[in-house]
Ligand binder design. Structure first.
Ligand code: ADP
Ligand code: TZD
Length: 579
């Protein structure tokens, strides 16, 4: 008898193993069932095996050196694709590191899901002191569009489906998904596990605008004397490129792109009013906001920037965005593709073209401002300043409109935004709604992995420092990322002095003449030191041709630029101190 059992038992065990699955497998299966093929993350207890399994099951796992950058990579992948980017972290500190990126994603309306392992509820809730103990779900809630926890393996499919829907439907945002360690190890019947998976149908359904709202907007626009269209990154996100182009070109209305909407129509488009920005904002009488909020980036829709009284049409998927800063005369609520198509359909023969007085005045301003800018850009000071370095980069990027551009810093951001033209949609990724520093390498990695195309990251030296260690990640995955550090020896500039004459340098000052190019060489990447526009051009061309991880240390005059870039008005204390 014992012998018989002995021969049967191993077979029974094998059969049982074959028929059970566990939390680890169901998480991966649930993501794959929704065509999610990449995870950005950083391993450790309790999610190391989840990352291993993801790779073994054919997903791409991109491992980072800090969770914030993995989160930023996931967020930008979400923005580029309209599918939620996934970031995977360990509990408590790893989760908190990722939370900054989740909050930034929510603020910018980027769809991402932060999945963090967590310690056991019983211990967390009694505060008994677990390894990396934290009530992560509650910590995430104020900064996420939605936050969920799964306690039973059979609910993983539901949890992932809810997270995907929450991230991409309506106004996109960051979603937190809490997976306690015990859940991952839970086993269940493999068939039941498979049946518990959900493939989300129509995760971001179209939302059609009310016909009367479309008519109201068209009526307002018809009466406009000086109409203007403002494209925000919501318009770029919507991937309604053809509809937006049709609306702009059929109406003939001049438009302004917000920084991440640059390239939705090529910046060289004749209707672009970018080079006359202050003029059109002040003078316009009816402004059509398409996926752009009237937040600080647009002076809250009021004050000197906006000059003459105006009325707004606002196209947005979020009804509560309307009237958030100023009264909106014609809200059009729905997804941008549907709203803009409806507007285009309503453009009949009676729709007037903007007057020649208006377009002519804009053209005149543009040419004056462009001539001024050309004269500034033509100068060749030594050391380089922001303009001469950006001229060199602009001329190279002009020949490669497919290249992704990442941009952060203060002066480096402000000048690059206006000097570097974009020609294709969703190719420019920057500090966004918060004006956050630290998105650089995370966005660069996310953009390179997602698009398979080169990335040029134009970085202030301070801005770069926040994510600089991810150069190792870039080298490890051999990504075609060229990072250009605008090195002017400090935050904003490098010229401040300690007024006490003490040994410590001023709060804004870094090590002088640092060689950031040496950092990438430590990981096998290619470093260049560029002190002239010619050297910068040569290094950038080489980087793009080789597709190799490269860092160019661009030596910029430490006295160039202004404190806080163009945000000097938000920094009144500093202005007062200098008086
Ligand atoms: P910017 O910083 O470029 O001005 P914002 O981030 O302030 O842009 O605004 C983006 C807006 O776009 C948000 O109000 C968001 O609700 C909206 N939005 C995002 N995706 C869509 C979409 N598919 N359809 C309509 N509105 C959208
Ligand atoms: N920390 C975070 C997370 N975000 C921020 N925006 C800041 C600090 C404050 N800050 C700015 O707003 S710009 C900036 C900081 C530290 C860096 C500016 O210096 P830089 O750029 O060297 O990157 P420029 O081009 O030399 O001005």
């Amino acid at each position: 008898m014992a012998e018989v059992v002995g021969t049967i038992e191993p077979q029974t065990a094998a059969a049982e193993v074959a028929q059970t699955t566990d939390g680890f497998h169901i998480v991966i299966d649930a993501l794959k069932a929704n065509d999610i093929d990449t995870i950005f993350g950083l391993v450790g207890i309790p999610i190391t095996d989840l990352a291993r399994l993801a790779q073994a099951e054919g997903m791409r796992f991109i491992g980072f050196r800090h969770e914030q950058h993995a989160g930023n990579a996931a967020a930008i992948a979400g923005y580029m694709t309209k599918k939620p980017g996934i970031c995977l972290t360990v509990s408590a500190p790893g989760f908190l590191n990722g939370l900054t990126a989740l909050a930034n994603a929510t603020t910018n309306c980027f769809p991402m899901i932060l999945i963090s392992g967590s310690s056991e509820r019983e211990i967390v809730d009694l505060q008994q002191g677990d390894y990396e103990e934290m009530d992560q779900l509650n910590a995430a809630k104020p900064y996420a569009k939605a936050a969920y926890r799964v306690l039973h393996a059979e609910d993983i499919g539901i949890g992932v489906a809810r997270a995907i829907r929450a991230a991409v439907s309506g106004r996109p945002g960051g979603v937190y998904l809490d997976l306690p360690a015990k859940l991952l190890a839970q086993t269940m019947d493999a068939v039941k596990g498979k049946n518990s998976l959900i493939r989300v149908i129509d995760a971001a359904p179209r939302q059609l605008p009310a016909p009367e709202s479309v008519q109201r907007a068209l009526d307002l626009l018809k009466g406009a004397k000086r109409p203007l269209i403002l494209l925000g990154k919501g318009a770029a996100y919507a991937q309604a490129d053809a509809e937006i182009r049709a609306f702009v070109e059929k109406t003939g209305i001049p438009y302004l792109p917000m920084s991440m909407a640059k390239g939705l129509l090529p910046d060289t488009h004749e209707q672009s009013a970018s080079a006359a920005r202050s003029f059109v904002l002040a003078e316009a009488d009816v402004v059509v906001l398409i996926g752009a909020r009237l937040n600080w980036l647009l002076s809250h829709g009021k004050g000197k920037t906006w000059g003459k009284p105006k009325q707004f049409v606002q196209i947005d998927i979020s009804p509560t965005e309307i009237d958030s800063n100023v009264a909106i005369a014609a809200p059009v609520i729905g997804d941008i593709g549907s709203c803009v198509s409806a507007l285009v359909a309503g453009l009949d023969a009676s729709f007037p073209k903007p007057s020649i007085e208006w377009t002519g005045a804009i053209t005149e301003r543009k040419s004056t401002n462009l001539a001024k800018m050309a004269a500034t850009l033509a100068k060749n000071p030594s050391p380089m300043n922001f303009h001469s370095a950006l001229r060199a980069i602009r001329d190279v990027l002009k020949t490669r409109p497919d290249i992704n551009v990442v941009n952060e810093g203060a002066n480096t951001l402000d000048y690059a935004r206006s000097i570097i033209d974009m020609y294709e949609p969703r190719k420019r990724f920057d500090s966004g709604t918060w004006g956050i520093m630290g998105i650089g390498m995370g966005f660069a990695i996310g953009a390179a992995v997602t698009s398979g195309k080169p990335v040029v990251a134009i970085e202030g030296d301070s801005a770069f420092g926040f994510s600089g260690m991810e150069l190792e990640t870039i080298c490890r995955y051999d990504l075609p990322v060229c990072t250009i550090v605008f090195n002017n020896n400090g935050v904003y500039r490098g010229t401040d002095v300690n007024p006490t004459g003490g040994k410590d340098v001023a709060p804004t000052v870094f090590v002088k003449n640092a060689r950031y190019d040496k950092m990438i060489e430590a990981f096998g990447g290619i470093g260049h030191n560029a002190t002239t526009p010619e050297e910068l051009t040569k290094a950038l061309l080489e980087a793009i041709a080789s597709g190799k991880p490269t860092l160019i240390n661009a030596v910029i005059d430490e006295a160039a630029g202004t404190e806080s870039g163009r945000l000097t008005n938000l920094n009144p204390q500093s202005a007062a101190m200098k008086k």
